[in-house]
Every structure is written in C-alpha cells, then in structure tokens.
Design a protein around this ligand. Structure first.
Ligand SMILES: Cc1cc2nc3c(=O)[nH]c(=O)nc-3n(C[C@H](O)[C@H](O)[C@H](O)COP(=O)(O)OP(=O)(O)OC[C@H]3O[C@@H](n4cnc5c(N)ncnc54)[C@H](O)[C@@H]3O)c2cc1C
Length: 372
C-alpha cells in the first residue's frame, strides 16, 4: 500500500512532524534505524528560550516567535491525549557571565532587549534574593522570566504514544539507505529490509541527514557536534531558574535533578564521554552553584547536534527533487524549534500555504543530477 508520507528519522523533528501530519488526516509511516527518540533529542537539555536574541527581523527570530506560541498548546494536547506531562514549564532563566567578565553580559542584555522580550538586570543583592544558591562571586546577572524548559525524554515518550494513537505506522530498526526515484520525482525510500513507497518523503535524520541526502543528489552540509551532559541530583531542587553562562548551563528539574551542560566538540560521530569534558562541566557547576559539590553524581551522556554551515536549519522541499522534504540541521535549538518545523513541513505537504516565510530555510542544493 502506498503511504502518503514516509518520515526518515524519529527524533523530535520527525515525531512532531508525524504527529502534525497524522492530525491532518494523512497516512504516515515513520522509519528509524534504531528505537525512535534515542539520539540528540533525548540527549538535549530542553531549554526553550523566550526569543532569538538580537535583530527581531532575523529569520530565526520569526521562527522562535512562532514556535513559542505553539509550545503551550502542543504540551496540553499531548497531556490530554496520552496522560504524559512533558514538563513544559516557564521556570525563567538567569544569564550570568564568566566571573569577572561584565562586558559580555551588557551585550547579551541589549540583544534580549532588541528581541523584545522582558529582561531584568540583577545586582548582587537581587541575585541573592532570586537564587540564593548562586555563588556570591557572581555580582551581576539578568533574568528572563519567560524562558521555559521541557523534559525532553518525557516529551518524546508523549509524542510516540500520541503518534501511535493517531495511527502513525512506526518501524524501529529500519535504516534508510537510499531513495526510489523516477526522473526528478521521489517515489519512496529503500531500507535494509525493503522498499517503502510514498507520495512524499521527509528526511529528519538529524546529524545523519547529509549522507542520506547525498543519495538523492542533494548536497546539504550537516555535521555532528558532540555535546556532553552531566546529571546530578539533590534532595531538593537547589534553584528554580535555568542558569546560563555562554554556551554552558545548569537546568534544574522539579524532582531535584540538575543537568550540567554542555560541551561543543567537533569530533565526528563519536558519542563517548571524556574525562576532560566531564571535569570541565563539574568545575563549571561548582563554581556557579557551590553547594553542587555535595550533589550526587547520577550519570553522564553525550549527543550529536546537527550543525549547518550558516546556523540555519533546512526546512522545505529540495529544489529540483519533487516530493523530497528536509527538516534537519537545528543544531542547539532542535527541541525548541520542533513544533514550528513540524507545522511548516506539514503545511507544505498538505498543500496549505505556510503561515511563515521560510525562504531562508529552503534546502540549498549544490547538485541534483537525477542519480540515486
Ligand atoms: C547535549 C545537548 C544539549 C541540547 N540542548 C538543547 C536544548 O536545551 N534546547 C534545544 O532546543 N535543543 C537542544 N539540543 C539540540 C537538539 O537536541 C537537536 O537539535 C534536536 O534533538 C535534533 O533533533 P532531530 O530530530 O533532528 O535529530 P535526532 O534526535 O538526532 O534524531 C534523528 C533520528 O534519525 C535516525 N536516523 C538517522 N539516520 C537514519 C537512517 N539512515 N535511517 C533511519 N533513521 C535514521 C536516528 O536514529 C535518530 O533517531 C541539544 C543537543 C545536545 C546534544
């Protein structure tokens, strides 16, 4: 039977897209080379920023505004459908700079102001009142009251159940190795187990998308960037806000778990934790919140973020290759941008006019020669 849509990759992007498409009444098959929801989408920290800092007309600013509008309703729908609370909460965020570096903080505050979100400058006394656990050595900070978080493993679980309830046909252990084509039209995908025909194919294979798309003559640059995370636990949550310092952060969960993230490493498809990576994260955590030295070490992991050269994800149909869509390359923001990405791809496939201008995210193809 020809399915309407085959989705390749069951991370947060593929699962949310499957959920949206099935909600529009399309028949959807989702293929993953392992169990869905085990890669970057599981490994992430689940920080959902209130905006894209800086120029409010930047394409990513538009995408962020739209995705932030979708998170509350998507979370409520998933809870109603599955009974699973994905942990979506507006916990707020604190931005701090490296101890002694106050210049970068002012720059960040201005970028958030430019983006049009509420940002409050905090003195040392304000910080103590707001989050007493933060080191007294941090004398300046800012607060983003609208920053939110989601517990991504729970969100993925909810998406999986919700997809099943909407009739999405999910196949684990199905590695897609190529595309079935006629001239410039994609007719389906080839897996290690056989052929899946489709009216449309969506590639949402995260950091693995580049090699896959080469098989369709589509040269998109998407590289893996490793991020390591340490999970600690405390008897009580030691603070309420997500605390960010440049690319590193502390994320408190309501049950006392604290995530310490993350490294940014260009080491190919290597997902191991390293002594250097973990040591750096633990030192960072203790410097920011000294009481974390007594926290219990629970575990550590790493995931591979899909990075594109210009920092913009690919969202759209591959030019010159009919019926082949890409939703990949979201780097550090794939959880955050998953609702809007899924909405946009679903609108395109369902023949609706996307409610956002997606020109900046169209896949840019170096070569489309009709070969498989
Ligand atoms: C440490 C870390 C922290 C992060 N923190 C945040 C955060 O706080 N907020 C945020 O918004 N984002 C965060 N991110 C980024 C976010 O996790 C990613 O951008 C997002 O998960 C990408 O989702 P995806 O669905 O594209 O990819 P993935 O989740 O990697 O899913 C891709 C799927 O495709 C499957 N696949 C690959 N190749 C094939 C094939 N040939 N055939 C079949 N299946 C295939 C894989 O098995 C996998 O299941 C973080 C990432 C990391 C690593």
């Amino acid at each position: 039977m020809i399915q309407d849509v085959v989705i390749v990759g069951g991370g947060v992007i593929g699962l949310t897209t499957a959920y949206e498409l099935a909600g529009r009444g399309l028949r959807v098959t989702l293929l993953d080379q392992q169990q869905p929801g085990q890669e970057a989408s599981w490994a992430g920290a689940g920080i959902l920023p209130p905006a894209h800092p800086g120029d409010p007309t930047h394409p990513l600013a538009t995408l962020c505004r739209a995705t932030n509008e979708l998170w509350p309703s998507l979370s409520a729908d998933l809870r109603e459908t599955t009974g699973i609370d994905n942990g979506f909460r507006r916990c707020g965020g604190l931005g701090v700079s490296e101890i002694g570096d106050t210049e970068s903080l002012q720059f960040e505050i201005e970028a958030w102001q430019k983006a049009g979100v509420t940002v409050e400058s905090l003195t040392a006394a304000d910080i103590e009142k707001c989050e007493a656990a933060v080191s007294p050595e941090i004398s300046e900070a800012y607060r983003l009251p609208e920053l939110a978080q989601v517990r991504n493993p729970r969100h993925l679980k909810a998406l999986l159940v919700a997809c099943q309830k909407r009739g999405v046909d999910i196949h684990s252990g199905q590695r897609v190795i190529g595309f079935e084509r006629h001239d410039t039209e994609v007719l389906g995908v080839k897996t290690t187990h056989g052929l899946y025909s489709a009216g449309a194919v969506v590639v949402s294979a995260g950091a693995w998308s580049q090699e896959l798309l080469q098989g369709a003559g589509c040269q998109l640059q998407i590289e893996p960037v490793r991020g390591q995370i340490v999970q600690l636990s405390c008897p009580q949550p030691p603070f309420r806000h997500v605390i960010e310092c440049g690319p590193r952060y502390l994320v408190p969960r309501e049950d006392g778990l604290v995530l310490v993230g993350a490294t940014e490493e260009w080491v190919g498809y290597d997902k191991q934790n390293t002594a250097h990576g973990l040591q750096g994260l633990l030192t960072f955590a203790e410097r920011l919140v000294p009481s974390l030295k007594d926290a219990r070490f629970e575990r550590a992991w790493a995931g591979l973020r899909p990075h594109t050269k210009d920092g913009l994800p690919f969202i759209g149909e591959v030019p010159g290759v009919q019926n082949l869509f890409v939703a990949a390359g979201h780097f550090r923001a794939g959880l955050h941008l998953s609702p809007v990405t899924a909405r946009a791809i679903s609108q395109m496939i369902a023949g609706e006019t996307p409610d956002l201008d997606l020109a900046a995210f169209l896949p840019r193809v170096a070569e489309a020669n009709g070969e498989e």
